[in-house]
Design a protein around this ligand. Structure first.
Ligand code: IMP
Ligand code: MG
Length: 180
């Protein structure tokens, strides 16, 4: 892990190591395996690009039941603030009507994105929708959507790495860094 990284105009210091992230994902995968191991129809994992790419990849490698992967690309953040306005940059890569869906998101902050996704999956005719996120900022979360699987709760700080970006930079770091 680096002592400090600089992205655009901001610097970031170490927050969570890759090993800590993986330990949290291991625990989460075990819960999901317990819930889905005996499922009759393979569920669809919906990876919310770009942020959840690394998380979804690590999580899926630990799932021991048949599942499909579908992606969608949304954007809402500008700089270090949630804009509230959500845009679909790329729609669902496959129809999810009638399917059991597990939405995989990198981080839940205000919950705007997850509320939007939850409604979208229902509109698209999903049979059931579970929400799975790597990180949650509970101080900020104010929506009624149930967060079925959360790998780790964190304080309300802006972080980057392991898929998370600051204006598109920082996603490639395997460890997680927090803004200084
Ligand atoms: P929400 O809609 O306010 O819950 O924000 C969720 C989205 O904002 C996530 O999908 C992330 O892309 C982004 N986001 C929230 N917090 C952070 C952060 O600390 N670092 C980087 N991106 C974040
Ligand atoms: Mg995201």
């Amino acid at each position: 892990m680096k002592e400090r990284i600089t992205l655009h105009d901001k610097s970031f210091k170490p927050y969570m190591t890759y090993e800590q992230v993986i330990a949290a994902i291991d625990r989460l995968a075990e819960k999901i395996n317990n819930d889905f191991r005996d499922c009759k129809e393979p569920p669809v994992i919906v990876c919310v690009l770009n942020g959840a790419m690394m998380f979804t990849s690590e999580l899926m490698q630990r799932l021991d039941f048949d599942c499909e992967l579908v992606s969608i690309k949304l954007s809402s953040y500008s700089g270090t603030d949630s804009t509230g306005a959500i845009r679909i940059d790329m729609n669902l890569t496959k129809d999810i009507a009638g399917r059991d869906v597990i939405v995989c998101e990198d981080i839940v902050d205000t919950g705007n994105t997850i509320l939007y996704l939850s409604n979208l999956m229902k509109e698209q005719g999903a049979n059931s929708v579970k929400i799975c996120c790597m990180l949650l900022k509970p101080e900020m979360y104010s929506k009624d959507v149930k967060l079925d699987y959360v790998a780790k709760e964190i304080p309300n700080d802006f972080i980057v790495g392991f898929g998370l970006d600051y204006n598109e930079l920082g996603r490639n770091y395997k460890d997680i860094y927090v803004i200084e």
